[in-house]
Design a protein around this ligand. Structure first.
Ligand SMILES: Nc1ncnc2c1ncn2[C@@H]1O[C@H](COP(=O)(O)OP(=O)(O)OP(=O)(O)O)[C@@H](O)[C@H]1O
Length: 843
């Protein structure tokens, strides 16, 4: 036994300490001893021995990690057989509960016979540390060095017994459980390393569960009925059939007495009252557990087995209730090369390895989160059904202990080293938020309810399928499992509102949610106010746009009206111009015809009736014949034919008519009819010439001839008989007598008038820049416009100077003798009229 339990370290290896040993703080200075006590005490007080690393107990609030080394099977010699005897044979696989199939394979376990010493890869340094040494082959090839792992709660050597393990590892957990604190023990390790052996043991070497049951019922036996407690046992496994999802299987036989089980639960939770009864149930459950033979283990577990012992206290008791002791026997990690699994077994191996990996990831995430609280806790527990079930433990909210089982063989170096590297950091995990036993129930409920949300959202379909495929009852002892299954069912059956209403959040969570809700509400209100302000501004802007549009429409209407007025004015101007020109031409022609037809010596030819139409300066009342003459010579210019006033023009024309008649009678008495006729003709010519010169475009010029009766009284231009016949006029008139021998035509005044009119009146073609043939002509100088009567009078008044010059003696005017033509020009109507005016002024 000694040679087995204390293997010699491998030679030629270098030890590397991964976890340096914890040293106790130096003892502070000794306090002075009172003088009275010095006599009682020895003079020299030796310092208390420093606690060794082995004696140092790890912090109670840290995760307890134990290490157990499986005894190695060595060559059994005859001497050894004697020493080992029955004890060696009792370490066969599945010693407890006895598995008939294991007996067949037990002989195989004893067959390997190898050397001891060089084939051992792990050695116990002390009760809290071990040293692993690689095999020589790996040292030579990969230069791997020995490693020391420290800090274990306890290291159980290969010769350790089950009772020893229980006392140091499980008993503290059981004591806490009996005090109402839940706890868990999980066994980790490679396949065939002794997990199942440690947890369940054999009839001879009872494992942790039988020992715990024995301890629990022993403690509860002597209690008063007032403080009586009841225990409920449940066993189930999580497995994967051919790697297709995870399933939960209740391992409690269905034939159990119904009086002891809760029929309402899917996973049976059987009440147990004593240890043998509980052990019997466990033995039956182990027979039901999925196992298989591999190259590493004749009866390898293919599932994760969970055993729950739920303690319920009596109603009378005020002690905390509902503590749960959980023991987990994980399926061991496997290497394909070593197990030789293929097909369905290989798929099972993958599931097992995956679960072990997730379990380790959860613990590593918890450690990292505790090292750096700012780093959020990774939720690896969602990746497997086992970790979901053990979530509270994996998040550090409940106490748990780990038992690592390793094989010391040389061939197991890789598995052992891998496990130690992976699990040694777990020792640093702290349980900071352990719930108080008195409040364990409400906290557990709230946590379970809170975890329900994440489980509902993140539950794998495979897990849900597993539950639906295998409906089983869950006992009160399997609260977490019950939550998982009920949540899956509620996810499928209940709507979200019902599910959410059933969730009870913890106080912190509810406060956080309430705060976020208030913030969101205030933010929504602020956005609503901003949108409302924008809406008001939009309404105002729309109103402004409407008013501007209305103003624009009004302006457009006014513009259209103004354009219409402008077009009307243009059309009027054009029509009046054309009409005036046409009327002028017609009346000129008529005047010519009158001149041609009327006798020259007609005494009435001198009687010209003028009827100013508009803007006619009022003639002064004539008291004398001379004044009447001056009036009779007035020339009326009409600038705007449209401004006719019949009444005014009528009265004025009548007055002028009277004056003209009077003047004609006077002239008739003075002059002969012939002279008068000539004078009239010449005066007509002069007037026409004058009018033609002063005519404005669009003004009409008409000749008045009362005797002819063809002249309109309402004419624009009135030519009257000059009151005084001058000598020059007479001469001119004599020249124009019919039948008078002259070079000019017999009726020069007419032709002259005609020519002058033709030249003075604008031809429409000329206006358009065309000649009579329709060809474009050269631009001519603008015509003189016909000025109004006032303007003509002023001009005449200014012409008085000319008359003065005319009155001057001929010699004074430069000695030039004017020709007959010049005299004819000077005898134009304007000159004679001005002379009359001048004479009137002199009088
Ligand atoms: N400490 C021990 N003393 C004597 N025998 C042991 C010890 N540990 C394990 N064994 C024996 O080793 C064999 C394998 O052990 P066990 O089945 O417990 O390994 P395991 O880790 O559960 O493997 P798996 O994960 O494949 O189920 C068993 O026959 C068992 O009796």
């Amino acid at each position: 036994m000694d040679s087995i339990t204390s293997p010699q370290p491998c030679p030629n290896t270098v030890s590397v300490r991964r976890n340096p040993p914890r040293r106790g703080r130096p003892t502070p200075m000794k306090a002075p001893i009172p003088s009275q006590l010095e006599e009682l005490l020895p003079t020299t007080i030796s310092d208390p021995p420093l606690p060794t690393v082995a004696d140092q107990a790890p912090p109670s609030e840290s995760l307890k990690v134990f290490l157990r080394i499986k005894p190695i099977v060595r060559t059994i010699t005859a001497a050894a057989c004697k020493q080992l005897g029955e004890a060696t044979r009792s370490r066969a696989k599945n010693a407890w509960p006895q598995n008939p199939t294991a007996k067949k394979n037990s002989t195989k376990e004893k067959q390997p016979a190898k050397k001891i010493g060089s084939e051992i890869c792990i050695s116990v340094t002390d009760s809290h540390s071990v040293t692993i040494s690689p095999p020589p082959s790996l040292v030579d090839s990969k230069k791997i060095k020995s490693e020391v792992y420290e800090g274990f709660s306890h290291v159980f050597a290969s010769d350790s017994l089950q009772n020893e393990v229980y006392e140091k590892m499980v008993k503290p957990i059981v004591n806490d459980f009996l005090e109402g604190r839940s706890g868990m023990l999980a066994a980790l390790g490679p396949s065939g390393s002794g997990k199942t052996h440690t947890v369940f043991g054999t009839p001879r070497e009872r494992g942790m569960v039988p020992l715990a049951l024995q301890h629990i019922f022993k403690q509860s036996k002597g209690r008063d009925c007032k403080f009586s407690r009841s225990f409920y046992l449940s066993i189930f496994e999580i497995y994967s059939e051919r790697g297709k999802g995870e399933k939960i299987c209740d391992l409690i036989p269905e034939r159990v007495d119904s009086g002891l089980q809760s029929s309402s639960k899917r996973v049976q939770e059987v009440m147990v009252s004593n240890a043998p009864e509980a052990e019997s149930l466990i033995a039956c459950a182990m027979l039901k557990r999925a196992t298989s033979m591999t190259n590493t283990n004749s009866q390898s577990s293919r599932s994760q087995c969970i055993i729950n012992l739920h303690m319920k206290r009596g109603e009378v008791s005020n002690q905390p209730d509902d503590a749960v002791l959980t023991v987990v026997d994980l399926a061991g990690a496997e290497r394909e090369k070593r197990t030789g699994n293929q097909g369905a077994k290989l798929l099972e191996s993958n599931f097992i390895n995956n679960t072990s990996m997730v379990f380790g990831l959860c613990l590593r995430a918890l450690l990292e989160h505790q090292k750096n609280p700012k780093k959020p806790l990774q939720k690896h527990f969602q990746n497997s059904l086992l970790t979901k079930y053990l979530r509270e433990y994996l998040e550090g909210k409940k106490r748990m202990s780990l038992i690592l089982t390793v094989k010391p063989g040389e061939d197991d170096y890789l598995d052992t080293a891998c496990l130690l590297r992976q699990a040694s950091p777990y020792m640093k995990i702290k349980f900071n938020n352990i719930e108080d036993p008195s409040s364990s129930i409400c906290n557990k409920r709230s946590i379970q309810s809170f975890s329900r949300i994440g489980q509902q959202k993140r539950m794998k379909p495979s897990a849900i399928d597993a539950q639906t495929e295998e409906p089983k009852t869950i006992g009160d002892g399997n609260l977490l499992l019950q939550e998982v299954q009920t949540n899956e069912a509620s996810t499928m059956d209940k709507p979200d509102s019902i599910r959410s209403s059933s969730v009870k959040l913890s106080s912190n969570e509810s406060l956080t949610r309430e705060r976020s809700h208030i913030i969101t509400q205030n933010f929504a209100k602020a956005i609503w106010r901003v949108l409302k302000q924008y809406k008001d501004k939009l309404v105002v802007a729309e109103r402004e746009v409407e008013s501007v549009g209305e103003n624009l429409r009004n302006e457009m209407g006014r513009r259209i009206e103004l354009e219409n007025e402008l077009e009307d004015l243009k059309s009027r101007c054009t029509c009046s111009k054309e009409n005036t020109e046409q009327a002028t031409l017609i009346k000129v022609e008529e005047a010519e015809r009158v001149l041609e037809s009327s006798p020259v010596d007609s005494p009435k030819s001198t009687e010209h009736v003028s009827e100013p139409i508009c803007s006619v300066p009022e003639p002064k009342p004539c008291d004398s014949p001379k004044s009447a003459e001056s009036v009779s010579e007035q020339i009326c210019f009409v600038s705007e034919p449209t401004c006719n006033s019949p009444k005014t023009t009528g009265s004025i024309s009548e007055q002028i008519q009277q004056d003209t008649d009077t003047l004609a009678q006077t002239n008739a008495a003075k002059c002969s009819p012939h002279q008068a006729s000539e004078s009239s003709s010449s005066h007509q010519e002069s007037c026409i010439n004058e009018a033609a010169e002063d005519q404005m475009p669009g003004t009409s010029v008409e000749l008045g001839d009362e005797e002819a009766g063809c002249l309109d009284l309402k004419q624009d231009l009135v030519i009257t008989q000059p009151a005084d016949a001058e000598v020059e006029d007479t001469v001119d008139l004599k020249r124009n007598k019919p039948g008078h021998s002259m070079a000019e035509p017999s009726n020069p005044p007419q032709s002259h008038v005609k020519s002058r009119l033709a030249s003075s009146f604008e031809d429409p073609k000329d206006e358009m820049g065309l000649d009579r043939r329709g060809k474009p002509t050269k631009p001519e100088k603008p015509k003189r416009r016909l000025l109004p009567a006032s303007s003509s009078l002023l001009r005449d008044m200014t012409a008085l100077a000319i008359d003065d010059e005319l009155e001057k003696p001929k010699g004074v005017r430069g000695g030039k003798k004017s020709t007959v033509d010049d005299e004819t020009k000077r005898t134009q109507g304007s000159i004679s009229l001005l002379r009359l005016l001048q004479s009137n002024l002199r009088h």
